[in-house]
Design a protein around this ligand. Structure first.
Ligand code: PMP
Length: 422
């Protein structure tokens, strides 16, 4: 590396040679404002350090896995202790049964659990289980909802065929008429309704589930024998210590989990009701690393902390402080600044900003001040955040709004966001 160059720049150049596109998937910074670091070197609590050692207060939390704080001491101790004894073996350890028992004990609709690695594994298994149970083909999904990156659900169709998405019918989240129309179209071939627990799509305002919509989804499944699936991969344990729809009294038949269920250690899960046990036992799903014991040990400790600490109330309280403080500062600077989603999973969008020029500039100013935010994806608060972190964020935001007010008239279009305008 030449003197004066940054580690980041060097890594970007080397990655371009050996990693297709330099980086792929949701953690590629290609669609973020210029200057967002692609590579990181360290994390602790609520902070990440980029490859050059600059720290950020991280409102992305790894896109969800960091619930209790990066490197949580007792979670990592459980992981390391198990790793030293046994991890990937010829068969699972007792941790698998213990983790399943703990999970089933917390999620009220569930009688059983199966573990896998990624959220996509869990949603794909949910789809297979529903089809195995019903012997039917059609799935109802909400337009724009993300359920993973397998050929049947990846948002970018390159490399997939239309047949990968056969038997999918789309409705509009929270729109009962469109849900009814989708169910009518599926007729007697409806296998499942997939539901995001909240509308947490990228680029748009977030919304809570409408109670009547959630109840109607349940009712359609009860009437037709189809399976109701709540995809709790992103929101699981961030809204409740149970399946997210337990808060509105609607119980799914299956729920998919991932991201934070072992506070960042690699494991995901499908949970199901008693009547789906047989179908779940009949599908063939597996993976070389699915039965790793160390992430399960980390998961058992994470579930204990979820049950026994005030992590949830803490993130809600801090999230509310953040929301109120940002609203005040945005108002004072004269911006229409929409904060949607639960306060602990917020998304911010500026009014009259279809090509994100305000959002990009504001987030860049936050980043410069060491606060990592996202212009168009929901963010996450973690239990390691403190009141001092919220104060720091609000001070940074005040400066960012002031700067944006000055430069707003001169900001040009954001070329990489033009697809939103087209
Ligand atoms: N479902 C939802 C709701 C998600 O947010 C995600 C990940 N962003 C997935 C499924 C897929 O999870 P993974 O990336 O771990 O495969």
């Amino acid at each position: 590396m030449a003197q004066g160059d940054s580690v980041q720049k060097d890594l970007l150049e080397r990655a371009a040679a050996v990693i297709p596109g330099g980086m792929y998937g949701h953690q590629s910074v290609g669609r973020l404002p210029d200057g967002y670091p692609q590579f990181f070197s360290r994390a602790e609590g609520a902070r990440v350090w980029d490859a050059d050692g600059k720290p950020y207060l991280d409102y992305m939390c790894g896109y969800g896995p960091n619930l209790l704080g990066y490197g949580h001491p007792s979670v990592n101790a459980a992981f390391v202790k198990q790793l030293e004894v046994a991890d990937t073996l010829t068969g699972p350890t007792a941790r698998m049964v213990e983790y399943a028992e703990a999970f089933v004990g917390m999620v009220s609709h569930a009688a059983w659990a199966m573990f896998c690695k990624n959220g996509t594994d869990a949603t794909s298994m949910a789809m297979m289980t529903a089809r195995a149970h019903t012997g039917r083909r059609k799935l109802i999904l909400a337009k724009g909802a993300y359920h993973g990156a397998a050929p049947w659900c990846t948002p970018q169709r390159t490399g997939t065929t239309p047949s990968d998405r056969e038997h999918q019918i789309f409705c509009v989240y929270n729109d009962i008429d469109s849900l009814n129309a989708a169910a009518a179209q599926a007729g007697d071939d409806l296998a499942a309704i997939f539901a995001a627990p909240i509308k947490h799509d990228a680029f748009v305002d977030q919304s809570d589930p409408d109670l009547a919509y959630a109840r109607r989804a349940r009712e359609i499944c009860d009437q037709t024998g189809a399976v109701l699936i709540v995809d709790d991969v992103r929101a699981g344990f961030r809204l409740a210590r149970d399946c997210s729809w337990s808060a509105i009294g609607v119980q799914p038949d299956l729920s998919s989990w991932g991201k934070c269920i072992a506070n960042g250690h690699p494991i995901s899960a499908l949970l199901g009701a008693e009547h789906l046990r047989k179908a779940a036992a009949g599908i063939y799903v597996t993976g070389s690393y699915w039965y790793q014991a160390a992430p399960m040990a980390a998961g058992i400790e994470t579930l204990r902390l979820i049950r026994e600490t005030d992590y949830l109330e803490h993130t809600v309280r801090l999230g509310q402080r953040l929301r109120d403080g940002l609203a005040e500062r945005a108002d004072a600077a004269g911006f229409g600044f929409r904060q949607t989603g639960p306060v602990q999973m917020p998304l911010f969008l500026f009014d009259d900003d279809r090509d994100q020029r305000f959002g990009f500039a504001w987030c860049s100013h936050m980043l410069d001040q060491g606060v990592y935010m996202h212009p168009w994806h929901n963010m996450f608060l973690c239990a390691a955040m403190t009141d001092a972190d919220i104060d720091l964020t609000l001070d940074a935001a005040e400066r960012a709004f002031t700067q944006l007010r000055k430069e707003a008239p001169t900001l040009g279009p954001v070329p990489k966001m033009q697809f939103l305008v087209a």
